[in-house]
Ligand binder design. Sequence first.
Ligand code: BTN
Length: 334
Amino acid sequence: MAANANEQTQEALILSFLSESGSDYTSGEALSNKLGLSRTAVWKHVEALRAKGYRIEAVSARGYRLVAVPDRLTALEVGPLLDTHDLGRTIHHHEALPSTNEKAFRLAQDGAEHGEVVVAEQQTAGKGRRGRTWVSPPGLNLYFSAILRPDLPPQRAPELTLVAAVALAESLRDAGVEAAIKWPNDVHIDGLKVAGILTELSAEPERVHFVIVGVGVNLNSQAEHFPEALRATATSLSLALGQPVHRARFAAALWTRLEEWLDLYLDTGFDAVRARWKALSSTLGQDVLVRTDRQELRGRAEDIDPSGALLVRTAEGSLERVLAGDVEQLRPRR
Ligand code: BTN
């Protein structure tokens, strides 16, 4: 494990030296001096990086040059792009997992720290809300779970889902699309779902042990990657933009946003998040059909209350508070 971490650091250093030099060559001697390694050791690290998909040109008497970086979601690719203090500073990257939420939950039970993130290139049993599955084909999208240890009473933990929804919608807007939040935590582009959040909690009555915020974002899925049944309701950022999306860049921007909102929320409370959530919402003001475990409710989605519950005004005039459920917007707003 220690040797592995050391190798990772050496590789990360080589990459950062090479990217600093841009299109110029860095000599093997300069690299070996900077790293305190033999030329042969430098060459071995370069070979290891090549095996991971980095294209590194080597020209005798000139040295090495970084030509292309693979779009993977390891610490090597995401780390240098991150502007966070905790979130994503430790990345547990996996080629495939049943579910990043499950893995993160186990790591947190074993003592993983606030801000550690589990990422998978593929999930074989990705979990959605209300017992559904999250379609997670390899190498195309972003599937991650953040381990958070906020100082909050457990009843406030659901607010973290709205914190994540705001960060997600803003990151998608920064990427150039009109993303909106559909209560409670789906993110849509033009009425089609692009991302979802699954928050899981471990707590005792007075205290949160940890919260797992699991996020799936369809970044590069094309129509054929969605099962038939989802094609009319799902989309991806790439489909909306008409071009491929660089996943590591998106992940770094999203985690940076997420930590900014999280810091603000933990410092000042839920009000700013709630106000931003409302501004980004496509649900409020709409006539909706809400399905909960116990009932179906029709009415006008009027507001979210200070805890994030949806307030629905029924035709009879009563105001109903909905904590969890699925919303169908009867007249989608564009
Ligand atoms: C939803 O139903 O909208 C929530 C989907 C959440 C999916 C993400 S993908 C990463 C994380 N791991 C999981 O198993 N689920 C969440």
